[in-house]
Design a protein. Structure first.
Length: 532
């Protein structure tokens, strides 16, 4: 039986949590798995992975996310994107959740958000499920023993999947709630066992706190050259666009797969692990990620498996298409030991274009990069949010609107200043459809995407011939070794070029309509980029 590892520096009473049956502090992976199995929270899979089901919530619940509306924060929050909750409603929610926890076991993990000691956030995560403790140990960064002994949390997350909110009493939308109180430094999560809510809550916090320090928080993966940490690259993109897959390139060092900060000294991972999609995961194309699904301590979410052999079915999306595996960075052989890198020489913006209009790669001017960053065009892919069953074209500003508490221009101007200061090259990469829209065309070949990215990162793409795209005004390579020329001109991949033209005109119109909201906040150069 696992025994509590108490941090004498900071007890749960300081977060108002009293009367629990047992509080288990900072258990390690074996003990967390043992406790999760004893409590029938899941199954032990091949190699010692933990197989978990998240129940009815198999993706994030962005419509159930709230920020407490304190008067002193009124001008700092993007309220059009962040649903407000009154302080009184939050107080009632907090009181009721604390009462609900009495007599129950809780699992406490004291962790860091951020690999750079100068900018990291000390976070305490209190979970009702042992496997959530295992998950967050992978996803955040673990203090050393001496750091843990002195650990004092700045923010606390309380996650209670068995708690059901009352919309009338708690000022929320449904029985599910994710509520952030930036003044009280508390996050409350109820009625969802989807583990991703834990990590994205920390990301949201860092997205609020870091801009005040001149640090650009980014929804991106990152890597650097094998022999040169200063040759770094970042890959912006929403879930399903390829951040994890494309950054885990064996010929480069992985810094992280999802969340990073960009300070004046370079980039740093917010996290200590990866949260990779596993649907149709190919052991030949992505052997290391595939291997994590049967690695001791990995958390495998919502994957159908044989009840006798425990073999995972990577093609079965009957439960959800958003099947996942969470694992520590050291599970990947080419992962950085420090999770730090230099200032990015290349900025890649990944989009999953369900219209089949955008080319596989395009070179962006700084103004065009600002335009596409604020636009954040992509397609939500199946399963990443509740109710999304097929790709849906969407504009998610900064490639991460659900996690942005401040207005988009705050992040856009930060990125614009960083690019101007350091001269980073910018690229737009489409990992979506070619030869037609979703339902008619096919997904962009990953082999071609990797060849184009490698050419961008090693500098050879600068030397090829480019043409000007008539729809968006950016530069598109005409011919690149290892990539079929026809793929570089999306119009040529369609059987009916006139149908492509109509689709392209429709997409350009969608871009213009969406971008109108940012015109009052941008400079003339970006406005010119907006009209191609």
């Amino acid at each position: 039986m696992a025994t509590p590892r108490v941090n004498p520096n900071k007890r749960l009473e300081d977060q108002g949590i009293t009367g629990v049956s047992n509080a288990y502090y900072n258990l390690l992976e074996p003990a967390l798995i043992e406790m999760a199995l004893r409590r029938n929270e899941g199954h032990l899979g091949l190699g010692g992975a933990f197989l978990a089901s998240t129940g009815s919530h198999t993706g994030r619940s962005p419509k159930d996310k709230f920020v407490v509306r304190h008067p002193e924060l009124e001008d700092t929050i993007w309220w059009d994107n962040n649903a407000p909750m009154s302080p009184d409603a939050f107080d009632r929610l907090y009181t009721d959740m604390l009462e609900h926890l009495k007599g129950r076991d809780v699992f406490v993990q004291d962790l860091f958000g951020g690999a750079d000691p100068a900018h990291r956030l000390d976070v305490r995560v209190v979970t009702e499920l042992a496997w959530h403790g295992l998950f967050i140990r992978h996803m955040l960064r673990r203090p050393q023993a001496d750091e843990l002994a002195q650990f004092v949390p700045e923010f606390t997350i309380i996650n209670c999947p068995s708690f059901k909110a009352d919309p009338a009493r708690h000022g929320c939308r449904s029985e599910t709630v994710i509520a952030l109180d930036l003044k009280r430094k508390l996050i409350l999560i109820g009625n969802t066992a989807y583990a991703g809510e834990n990590k994205k809550s920390v990301f949201t916090l860092l997205n609020y706190l870091l801009p005040e320090k001149g640090i650009m928080p980014m929804h991106c993966s990152a890597n650097h050259a094998l022999d040169d940490p200063d040759d770094a690259a970042v890959f912006f993109g929403l879930s399903g666009t390829g951040k994890t897959t494309l950054s885990a390139e064996p010929s480069r060092v992985l810094i992280g797969d999802d969340e990073h900060g960009w300070s004046d000294t370079g980039i740093f991972n917010f996290e200590g692990g990866c949260y990779a999609k596993t649907i149709n995961l190919d052991p030949e194309a992505e052997p290391e990620i595939h291997a994590t699904t049967h690695r001791f301590g990995s958390v495998v979410e919502n994957m159908i498996h044989d009840p006798d052999t425990l073999e995972l079915d990577f093609a079965d999306d009957s439960l959800t298409a958003n099947t996942r595996v969470a694992y520590p960075l050291d599970a990947i052989s080419n992962a950085s030991a420090t999770s730090l890198g230099g200032v990015p020489r290349n900025i890649i913006m990944l989009t999953c274009d369900a219209f089949g209009v955008l080319p596989p790669i395009a070179r962006l001017t700084p103004a065009q990069a600002m335009y596409h960053f604020l636009s954040g065009f992509t397609s939500k892919v199946a399963g990443t949010e509740q109710g999304v069953t097929e790709p849906q074209p969407t504009f998610s500003t900064c490639f991460g609107a659900p996690f942005m508490p401040r207005r988009p221009e705050v992040y856009g101007k930060l990125l614009q200043a960083k690019i101007a200061q350091f001269g980073s090259e910018c690229w737009l990469v489409n990992t979506g459809w070619t030869g037609g829209a979703y339902g008619e065309g096919s997904r962009m070949p990953i082999k071609a995407t990797r060849a184009l990215l490698n050419a961008a990162l090693d500098g050879s793409l600068k030397d090829v011939e480019f043409r000007r795209d008539p729809n968006f005004g950016f530069d598109v390579p005409v011919s690149v070794p290892g990539v079929a020329d026809v793929l570089l001109d999306p119009r040529r991949t369609w059987e009916n070029p006139e149908a492509y033209d109509a689709q392209a005109a429709k997409l350009v119109g969608m871009f213009a309509e969406n971008f109108a909201q940012y015109v009052p906040f941008i400079d003339d150069e970006v406005k010119r980029a907006a009209i191609g």
